[in-house]
Ligand binder design. Structure first.
Ligand code: NAI
Ligand code: MG
Length: 496
C-alpha cells in the first residue's frame, strides 16, 4: 500500500568530477610532452583550471606518427582479421556504455554542455557510432571486374595507412567517434589531436580503447594547439590522410598543408549557415519547437544550427511571438543541474565572438526581441537571444555565429526562399516545415545542402551520411559513404 512519505533528499547524481593532470598516448605509453610543456583546460562555468594537460607539438606528433606507422606496417593490427577489428570496436562501444555517466560528466565539465544533453544525446550517439562501424569492419569489399582479355581482375579496398584527425570542441566525444569508427573499421592506424578547449574525454576514451585491447600504436592521442600540433599533423610527410572538423578558414589551412606536403587525402567538415524554412501551412507549434531546438541546442554551437530562420509572411508575427516566448523561458545555468537547458559557451574567446555578433545585429538594425546580454558575472553564459526583421545582407545572416542567437527573416514564396536559402558560401544543412509534401520535395531537391530535414531538425544517425556542399566541406562522414574516405582502391589483374 502506498503511503505518503517525504521525498528523498535530492542528491545530485552527477557531480562535477575531479580530474588529475593528463598525459598523452603515444605507441601504447602514457607520456608527458617532449618539451615538458603543459596547458590548462578550463571550466567554462567559472574560467577556473580543471587540470593541466601535456602540450604536444611537432616532436610529439612525429613520435606518434612513427608509432602509428609501425603499428600499421608491422604490429598485430596489420595481420588482424577484419572481424576481430569489429569485435574490438564493439568492445570499445561496450566500454563507453559502461562508463557513460563518468564520460557525460567529464564532457559537461570540459565543454559546459548540460549534463542532461550529454546523457541524452552525446553518449548514445557516440556509442551507436562505434557499434555501427564495428558492424562494417568485415563487410568492406571490392569488386570482380569483367575486363577484356584472358585476365582475372578485381579490386581491394585497403586501409589508407596512418590517418591524422583533428576535432573541435563542440561535440568532443561524438566527433571522436565519427573519426575513429570508420578509420578503425577500415584497418587504419591514427593520431588524434583533440581541441585544446576539450581534451579530457578523448584521453579517457583512448584509455578505454587500450583496456579493451587495441594494440599499441593503433590509437595515439596528442593534445595541443592548432597552429603547432595541428599544423604538424596536417603537414606531416608520413601521414596518409587528414580528417578535420572545425572552422572553414582552418579547413583551408589544413587543405593547403596537405597539398604542400605529401598530397595526403583530405576530408573536411566545416561551417554552415543553414536555412530553416517555415511555410504558413506547417504545423506551427512543431515548427516553433524544431526551430528553437535547431538553433539553441548545445548553446548554439552546432555546425548545422538553423541559423537563418525563414518564416513565411502570413504566419511571421505569430511564429516570432511563440519562438520568442520559448527563448525567454529557456533555463540557463549550471550544466550539472539537470533542470538547466543551456550552459556556458565553451571559452572566453567564443563568448566574446558571440557577443560581437549580437552587437553587429543591433548595429545593422535587426530587431532584438529578447536576450542580448550575459548571464551572471562569471563564466561564459549568454542569454538566449532572438532577432527579427533580419535582412539577407546583415552580418548575422551571413556569418556563422556559433552561439544562442536566432536570426529570423521573412519570405513570400517557395521560389524566392530557395534562391535566398542558397545565397550563401555554405551548404551543410537545411530544413523545411510544411504539410504539403510536393512543396517539401521541391525544396528538398532545390536546396544545395548535404542534409535536408523535412518537418524535423538535427536528426542524426550513424547510418545517415553528413557533410557539406560548397564551403561546408569535402566528403561525408557517417554511413557507408564515410568508408570511402578511409580506404584506397587497388586493382589487381592476373593473366589467365
Ligand atoms: P578551429 O577550426 O580553429 O578549431 C578546430 C580544431 O582545429 C581544433 O582542434 C584546433 O586546435 C585545430 N586547429 C586550429 N588551427 C589549426 C591549424 N592551423 N592547423 C591545424 N589544426 C588547427 O575553430 P575554433 O577557433 O575553435 O572556433 C572558431 C569558429 O569556428 C567558431 O566560432 C565556429 O564558428 C567554428 N567552428 C565550427 C565547428 C564545426 O563543427 N563546424 C566546430 C568548431 C568551431
Ligand atoms: Mg581557430
Amino acid at each position: 500500500m502506498a503511503t505518503a512519505t517525504a521525498p528523498a533528499p535530492t542528491k545530485p547524481k552527477h557531480a562535477k568530477p575531479r580530474v588529475p593532470d593528463q598525459q598523452m598516448l603515444i605507441g601504447g605509453k602514457w607520456v608527458g610532452s617532449a618539451s615538458g610543456k603543459t596547458f590548462d583546460t578550463t571550466d567554462p562555468t567559472n574560467g577556473e583550471t580543471i587540470c593541466r594537460v601535456a602540450e604536444g607539438d611537432k616532436t610529439d606528433i612525429d613520435l606518434a606518427v612513427k608509432a602509428a606507422r609501425a603499428a600499421f606496417e608491422f604490429g598485430p593490427w596489420s595481420k588482424m582479421d577484419a572481424a576481430e577489428r569489429g569485435r574490438l570496436l564493439n568492445k570499445l562501444a561496450d566500454a563507453v556504455e559502461a562508463h557513460k555517466d563518468e564520460l557525460a560528466a567529464l564532457e559537461s565539465l570540459d565543454n559546459g554542455k548540460p549534463i542532461a544533453d550529454s546523457l541524452a544525446a552525446d553518449l548514445p550517439l557516440t556509442i551507436a557510432c562505434y557499434r555501427y562501424y564495428a558492424g562494417w569492419a568485415d563487410k568492406i569489399t571490392g569488386q570482380t571486374l569483367p575486363i577484356a582479355g584472358p585476365y582475372f581482375s578485381y579490386t581491394r579496398h585497403e586501409p589508407i595507412g596512418v590517418v591524422g584527425q583533428i576535432i573541435p570542441w563542440n561535440f568532443p566525444l561524438l566527433m571522436q567517434a565519427w573519426k575513429w569508427g570508420p578509420a578503425l573499421a577500415c584497418g587504419n592506424t591514427l593520431v588524434l589531436k583533440p581541441a585544446e578547449q576539450t581534451p579530457l574525454t578523448a584521453l579517457r576514451v583512448a584509455q578505454l580503447a587500450q583496456e579493451v585491447g587495441f594494440p599499441d600504436g593503433v590509437i595515439n592521442v596528442v593534445p595541443g594547439y592548432g597552429p603547432t600540433a595541428g599544423a604538424a599533423l596536417s603537414g606531416h610527410m608520413d601521414v596518409d590522410k587528414i580528417a578535420f572538423t572545425g572552422e572553414t578558414g582552418t579547413g583551408k589551412i589544413v587543405m593547403t598543408a596537405a597539398a604542400q606536403s605529401n598530397l595526403k587525402r583530405v576530408s573536411l567538415e566545416l561551417g554552415g549557415k543553414s536555412p530553416n524554412i517555415v511555410f504558413a501551412d506547417a504545423d506551427l507549434d512543431a515548427a516553433v519547437e524544431g526551430a528553437y531546438f535547431g538553433l539553441f541546442f548545445n548553446q548554439g554551437q552546432c555546425c548545422c544550427a538553423g541559423s537563418r530562420l525563414f518564416v513565411q509572411e502570413r504566419v511571421y508575427d505569430e511564429f516570432v511571438a511563440k519562438v520568442t516566448a520559448k527563448a525567454k523561458a529557456r533555463k540557463v545555468g549550471d550544466p550539472f543541474d539537470l533542470s538547466n537547458e543551456q550552459g556556458p559557451q565553451v571559452s572566453q574567446e567564443q563568448f566574446e565572438r558571440v557577443m560581437g555578433y549580437i552587437d553587429a545585429g543591433k548595429k545593422d538594425g535587426a530587431n532584438m526581441l529578447v536576450g542580448g546580454g550575459r548571464v551572471g558575472d562569471k563564466g561564459y553564459f549568454i542569454q538566449p537571444t532572438v532577432f527579427s526583421d533580419v535582412k539577407d545582407e546583415m552580418k548575422i545572416a551571413r556569418e556563422e555565429i556559433f552561439g544562442p542567437v536566432m536570426s529570423i527573416l521573412k519570405f513570400k514564396d517557395a521560389d524566392e526562399v530557395i534562391a535566398r536559402g542558397n545565397k550563401t558560401l555554405y551548404g551543410l544543412a537545411a530544413a523545411v516545415w510544411t504539410k504539403d509534401m510536393q512543396k517539401a520535395l521541391r525544396l528538398a531537391n532545390g536546396l544545395r545542402a548535404g542534409t535536408v530535414w523535412v518537418n524535423c531538425y538535427d536528426v542524426f544517425d550513424a547510418g545517415a551520411p553528413f557533410g557539406g556542399f560548397k564551403m561546408s566541406g569535402v566528403g561525408r562522414e557517417l554511413g557507408q559513404y564515410a568508408l570511402q574516405h578511409y580506404t584506397e582502391v587497388k586493382t589487381v589483374t592476373m593473366a589467365l
